[in-house]
Design a protein around this ligand. Structure first.
Ligand code: 5GP
Length: 201
């Protein structure tokens, strides 16, 4: 199953999802490609696959992306082959992507479960962005501006979770993942197998 997690920047979704994949079996985080430069101690191949804008544009032209978007003037995308390799292994995959990317996945008609993480309030989001202090004042203003627009997109999602406290936010998202795995469509084959064991008696 494909899970999408979106949230305005500064909501802490990366921390939440990194924790989520640690505490949930058979759930993998998809590593995105980006044309932006690494920030702080970010590493290529760990936080993102950092590529040049030219390489990213060539990947778009070659149809390599499941979805991609221009966020804050930088390009971000999910490579189709990375996602399908994970899904084929039988694991579920989480994409941490922005609202535009989620719309593209929805538009492509790919089955998925979309989760929106909201900050408790505008003031808390602003405090978190300033506390992170990785960005310039200009970048913080721009992120808050984009966040204003993104917050309204929550109604396009299947689930909404408020990130008030890390552990409880992670637990609630894990609950969503486990519930989705118990859906009939996901367990039908296994259930039929179990029913067949009754046929012999
Ligand atoms: P940041 O530069 O702070 O790491 O990420 C900026 C925004 O880009 C975040 O909203 C993040 O979710 C989004 N983003 C990261 N990877 C992808 C991706 O592969 N596709 C899309 N559409 N957005 C992404």
């Amino acid at each position: 199953m494909l899970f999408i997690v979106s949230a305005p920047s500064g909501t802490g979704k990366t921390t939440v999802v990194e924790r989520l994949v640690k505490v949930t079996d058979r759930l993998r985080l998809s590593r995105s490609y980006t044309s932006r430069a690494p920030r702080g101690d970010e590493q290529d191949g760990v936080d993102y696959n950092f590529v040049s804008r030219a390489r990213f544009e060539k990947m778009i032209a070659d149809g390599e992306f499941l979805e991609w978007a221009d966020v804050f003037g930088n390009l971000y995308g999910t490579r189709t082959s990375d996602t399908s390799r994970c899904l084929q292994s039988g694991d579920d995959v989480v994409l941490v992507i922005d609202v535009q990317g989620a719309r593209k996945v929805r538009g492509a008609g790919l089955p998925h479960v979309a989760i929106f993480v909201l900050p408790p309030s505008y003031d808390v989001l602003e405090q978190r962005l300033r506390g992170r202090s990785k960005d310039s004042e200009d970048a913080i203003r721009r992120r808050l501006q984009v966040a204003r627009g993104e917050v309204s997109a929550f109604e396009e999602y299947d689930y909404v979770v408020i990130n008030d406290e890390l552990e409880s936010c992670v637990e609630r998202i894990k609950g969503i993942v486990l519930s989705e795995r118990a859906r009939l469509a996901c367990v039908r084959d296994k259930a039929l197998e179990i029913r067949r064991t009754f046929d012999r008696h």
